[in-house]
Design a protein around this ligand. Structure first.
Ligand code: OGA
Ligand code: MN
Length: 279
C-alpha cells in the first residue's frame, strides 16, 4: 500500500517536464482572496481525470464541485476545527496504516442545530453551511438510493487534519457502518485523490486495495481537490474503487495542462450517510 503511494512520487519525472504546459498549484489559505456568492452548484468534470478509467466508468460516481464554499467560510470552518483539535497530538499509524500523521475529530450532530450556535462552539453560519451541504448531497447524489429524503440518516461528520507529510493510503470506507455516499470538503491545501478498482469488499471492513492493486494497475481515476472544493463518491466510486491521497508533488492532468500539486497541511470534513438496514 505504501509502495503504491511512493510509486506515484517520481521526482525525476517532475523535473523532466518542460515548463510549458505545467502549472504548479500550491494554494494556502492566506492567498485566497475571492469571496464568491455564486457557490458551485454543478460538478466540474475537468477536475476528474477519467482517461485511465475503464470505458464503462460512470462519471457521476466521482465528482468534484470546485469553489463549493467561499474563502471566508473556509477560514471559519478551518479555525473551528483547529480549535476542536488543539489539544490532540498527531497520530502516527503503524507502517501499514491507512492514515498517518493526522488528527481526527467528530463533529457532533448538535452542531447542526442552527439555534444555539454559541453552545456548540461553532462559528455563526457553520451549522447552516453543513446543513446546506447535506441538503445538496441528498438532492443530487442520493435520490437513486432512497425513496425520500426523510429516510436518509447521516453519520456524524468528522474532520481530518493531515500533515504535509501525512499519508492517506488506499482504502474503502467501512461497508458495515457507512452508507452509499462519501463526500469531503477540502480545506487549506490542494490534493489529488486517486481511485483504483478493487475487489469486492462486502465482508471486509476498511479493506485496502493492496492485494488487488498490481504494480502495473492500468485503471485509475484522479480527482483534483483544490481547497474549498467538495468531492462526492457514490455507487462504484464508493464501493468498487479504493481512494487515497497522492503525496506532495504528484501531477494532475487537467484537460491539456499538467498541474504539479503541492500538497501541504490539509483539513477535510467528511460527510457520510449511515448504512441502510436493508442494504
Ligand atoms: C476517510 C477519507 C479523505 C479526506 O476519512 O475515510 O478517505 O478527504 N478521507 O480526508
Ligand atoms: Mn475514506
Amino acid at each position: 500500500m505504501a509502495t503504491n503511494l511512493k510509486r506515484n512520487l517520481n521526482l525525476q519525472f517532475l523535473t523532466s517536464i518542460s515548463k510549458k504546459g505545467v502549472q504548479v498549484c500550491s494554494i494556502s489559505s492566506t492567498t485566497s482572496t475571492t469571496i464568491s456568492s455564486n457557490h458551485a452548484r454543478i460538478p466540474d468534470p475537468s477536475f476528474v481525470n477519467t482517461l485511465n478509467a475503464p470505458f464503462d466508468f460512470d462519471a457521476s460516481c466521482a465528482v468534484v464541485y470546485n469553489e463549493y464554499i467561499t474563502s471566508t467560510e473556509e477560514d471559519l470552518v478551518a479555525n473551528d476545527i483547529k480549535n476542536k483539535m488543539k489539544r490532540r497530538r498527531y497520530e502516527k499509524g503503524h507502517w501499514d496504516a491507512v492514515i498517518n500523521l493526522y488528527k481526527e475529530v467528530e463533529i457532533a450532530d448538535d452542531s447542526f442545530q442552527e439555534e444555539g450556535d454559541e453552545k456548540n462552539n461553532y462559528s455563526e453560519g457553520i451549522p447552516k453551511l453543513f446543513n446546506r451541504i447535506r441538503q445538496q448531497l441528498a438532492e443530487h447524489h442520493l435520490t437513486d438510493y432512497y425513496d425520500d429524503q426523510e429516510s436518509i440518516h447521516w453519520l456524524p461528520c468528522h474532520a481530518i487534519d493531515l500533515k504535509k507529510d501525512g499519508e492517506l493510503n488506499a482504502h474503502v470506507d467501512s461497508v458495515r457502518f457507512s452508507g452509499d455516499l462519501v463526500a469531503g470538503l477540502s480545506l487549506l491545501s490542494p490534493s489529488i485523490m486517486r481511485l483504483i478498482p478493487c475487489d469486492d469488499n462486502d465482508d471486509d471492513d476498511n479493506k485496502n486495495s493492496e492485494n488487488s492493486t498490481k504494480d502495473e494497475e492500468p485503471y485509475y481515476v484522479d480527482m483534483f481537490l483544490p481547497p474549498r472544493s467538495l468531492y462526492v463518491l457514490t455507487g462504484v466510486g464508493r464501493y468498487k474503487y479504493s481512494h487515497q491521497l497522492l503525496p506532495d508533488g504528484s501531477i494532475f492532468h487537467k484537460t491539456d495542462t499538467d498541474i504539479v500539486v503541492r500538497r501541504d497541511h490539509r483539513l477535510s470534513v467528511i460527510f457520510r450517510d449511515s448504512k441502510q438496514p436493508s442494504s
